[in-house]
Design a protein around this ligand. Structure first.
Ligand SMILES: NC(=O)c1ccc[n+]([C@@H]2O[C@H](COP(=O)([O-])OP(=O)(O)OC[C@H]3O[C@@H](n4cnc5c(N)ncnc54)[C@H](O)[C@@H]3O)[C@@H](O)[C@H]2O)c1
Ligand SMILES: O=C(O)[C@H](O)CO
Length: 383
């Protein structure tokens, strides 16, 4: 149930799951790590399972977003001599960073490498919901198609409509660009910070369209989330999950959305009150959703699976081969960097140098979320 690579390596690094690709394993082995990979056929490991994997001596762990990394695990890791943990994910709401700080454990995540892949799934869900692709597919497979009809699976046209983005960070901005450029949608977004690069992009694209004699697209930064909910035809959620975004979309906010709006969630399930959503979908058959994440993963709230106006997929937004191999690489390098005493990369939004397979990665941890709290040195590399 545990696969061991480089048994005589000086540092013991545990991965709670097999991860795609081999580069991450090779990078650890080259730096004198013994790599142990848990191969148990149990999808979600418990805290007790992970304590057993950590054992008496462990220098670092690569873990998954399904695991509960809190006081118990960080104290176990610390007792085993470990000072490094990385989620193989950009989101780290499963990690109690204060507990990690208490034990001096660095917490890594994997930003950037999944931005486009995740945004592409959000775009796919937007299109699937708008054009009723899953319903139509089921209809075909059920042998129900007996000829073209003017009213068969009529959906929504995106061109000229408004796309709303809540949380215009890396992924939200990439999604916004896809929808604006690809489908000539107007943009309204809400974020705590101004998305300056996104605004510049839409402005330049509008100029381009105008110069070509086409209707220019527009953008607006909303003063409140409700403004986005009221005005947008397609709304995609991309904030982090924390206390401020828990149940951000609830009964009240659903009520102010357009009756034929499309809602997409590729962030975290608890950002939506899923019970309220099921009720809203039942009451409003023209309202559609595309969901990659769920409030009580891996479960769906009762009734959701029966609704034709919901497209549901199992948390696969970052699941492209390149991205998943890259996530494994970044997670391994986060752990390795701390073990080797390397500094922390200065800009976690610029992680490309770690992903180039043809050159050795920089001697740094690509993204440590508690680097300031731990007072870790920052890399001065100009790569
Ligand atoms: N479904 C998946 O497989 C998948 C894949 C990747 C990321 N994610 C989720 O997407 C999240 C975003 O990833 P990212 O790389 O774009 O992160 P990011 O930090 O670049 O973007 C998050 C944005 O949310 C904004 N935000 C925070 N609180 C907010 C609030 N209360 N209201 C509005 N906006 C708020 C932030 O200001 C930031 O701009 C991750 O934290 C993760 O939970 C899910
Ligand atoms: O936060 C993340 O990275 C995702 O949920 C998995 O890619």
């Amino acid at each position: 149930m545990v696969q061991v690579w480089n048994p005589n390596g000086k540092y013991r690094v545990v991965s709670t799951k097999p991860m795609p690709g081999t580069r991450w394993i090779n990078l650890l082995i080259e730096q004198d790590c013994r790599v142990e990979i848990c191969t148990r056929q149990k999808t979600i490991l418990s805290v007790e399972d992970i304590i057993a994997l950590i054992g008496d001596k462990c220098d670092g762990v690569i873990g998954q977003l399904t695991e509960d990394w809190g006081e118990t695990l960080f104290s176990a890791l610390s007792r085993a001599g470990g000072k490094a943990f990385s989620n193989m994910a950009v989101g780290y709401n499963n990690v109690d960073v204060n507990a990690a700080n208490k034990y001096g454990v660095a917490v890594g995540n994997t930003p950037g490498v999944l931005t486009e892949t995740t945004a592409e799934l959000a775009a796919s869900l937007s299109l699937s919901a708008a054009r009723r692709i899953v319903e139509a597919d089921e209809f075909m497979r059920a042998g129900l198609y007996d000829g073209w009809l003017p009213n068969l699976f009529v959906g929504n046209l995106l061109k000229g409509q408004t796309v709303g983005v809540i949380g215009a960070g890396r992924i939200g901005s990439a999604y916004a660009r896809m929808m604006v450029e690809g489908f000539k949608m107007n943009l309204i977004y809400y974020d705590l910070y101004q998305a300056t690069r996104l605004e510049k992009f839409v402005t330049a694209y509008a100029e381009f369209l105008k110069a070509n004699g086409e209707q220019p697209v527009t953008w607006k930064r909303a003063a409140s989330m409700d403004e986005v909910l009221r005005e947008a035809d397609v709304i995609s959620l991309h904030p982090i999950l924390d206390k401020t975004t828990y149940h951000l979309v609830n009964k009240e906010s659903l009520a102010i959305m357009k009756k034929e709006a499309i809602l997409v969630n590729c962030s975290r399930g608890p950002v939506i009150d899923e019970v309220a959503l099921v009720e809203h979908l039942k009451q409003n058959p023209m309202f559609r959703v595309g969901l990659d994440v769920f409030e009580d993963e891996p479960y769906m709230k009762p009734g959701l699976a029966d609704l034709k106006n919901a497209v549901v997929v199992p948390h696969i937004a970052s699941a492209s081969k390149w991205t998943r191999e890259g996530m494994a690489t970044l997670a391994a390098l986060n752990v390795l960097g701390k073990i080797k005493g390397y500094p922390v990369w200065s800009d976690p939004n610029r992680i490309e140098p770690f992903l180039n397979e043809n050159v050795p990665p920089p001697a740094a941890s690509p993204s440590i979320v508690n680097s300031k709290a731990l007072g870790l040195p920052v890399s001065t590399s100009r790569l």
